[in-house]
Design a protein around this ligand. Structure first.
Ligand code: ATP
Ligand code: MG
Length: 232
């Protein structure tokens, strides 16, 4: 990575719906950063990502994003939002179509739209499912389609909500290798929500937890987790 550049800055942000879920959020994210957010179910992790993605209005505070307006933020939702009756190719192409034109250098990931789609599908290990309707895929395969859709979009900031759940160890490696390669080539950044703390520790450059309605540095002594690494 050539140089570190600010991609996202969050100032005094409060997120929630009718009630506040997380407040006083201050965060700066630079190229190459992988910020992992952990915390128990229902605490507001998805709401935080949806707010940064622009899908939920902040209660207060500011979000400054340097990523290009069109396609600059790639969101891999917890509830995948795939078009179930159409093919893997079509779903990933929806990402490619909404993609940014940010990158000038035509590296592998950034070529013509159709090549970006096939590259992303192939790197998720789903080439043999290219023309299969999504509804015929397993849960883990569908999750990888959602990740391929986001990579084909060429985002500068990736927001990934539980994108490794339902995957076995081999597929987790496949997905992580592809995402790491994409991030290095694109000089992008990532925020992940991950229920498995061990995994979050391994893949992040910075680990944050939501505690008492605030986003703070992770402190292992304050969280319990079960044998799978999942939060109790
Ligand atoms: N669209 C919505 N409108 C109103 N309240 C919502 C909405 N979506 C979520 N909530 C509420 O906000 C709270 C936080 O939900 P959120 O999905 O952000 O949790 P989470 O930390 O991602 O949980 P999990 O680990 O189970 O995915 C929950 O109490 C939930 O009921
Ligand atoms: Mg969630």
């Amino acid at each position: 990575m050539s140089s570190s550049e600010l991609i996202l800055s969050v100032e005094n942000l409060t997120v929630g719906y009718n009630e506040e879920l997380i407040s006083k959020i201050n965060l700066e994210i630079n190229t190459g950063d992988v910020i992992a957010v952990v915390g128990p179910s229902g605490i507001g992790k998805t709401t935080l990502l949806r707010t940064i993605a622009g899908l939920v209005k902040p209660i207060s505070g500011d979000i400054f994003c340097k990523a290009p307006k069109r396609g600059g933020i790639g969101y891999i939702p917890q509830k995948l939002g795939l078009v179930r009756h159409t093919s893997v190719y079509h779903n990933v192409d929806l990402g490619a179509r909404s993609g940014s034109r940010f990158f000038s250098e035509p590296k592998t990931w950034f070529k013509r739209r159709s090549e970006r789609v096939t590259t992303a599908v192939e790197r998720m290990g789903l080439s043999d499912k290219m023309n299969e309707p999504v509804r015929r895929l397993s849960g883990g395969q569908q999750r990888r389609v959602a990740t391929a859709r986001t990579l084909a979009q060429r985002p500068k900031l990736i927001l990934a909500d539980e994108f490794l759940s339902e995957l076995d160890e081999d597929n987790i490696s496949i997905v992580l290798d592809a995402v790491k390669e994409y991030m290095a080539a694109s000089e992008s950044a990532m925020i992940i929500v991950e229920h498995n703390i061990q995994r979050a520790t391994e893949i992040s450059t910075r680990l944050l937890q939501i505690k008492n309605g605030e986003l703070v540095e992770y402190n292992p002594s304050e969280m319990k987790f079960d044998l799978d690494g999942g939060l109790i």
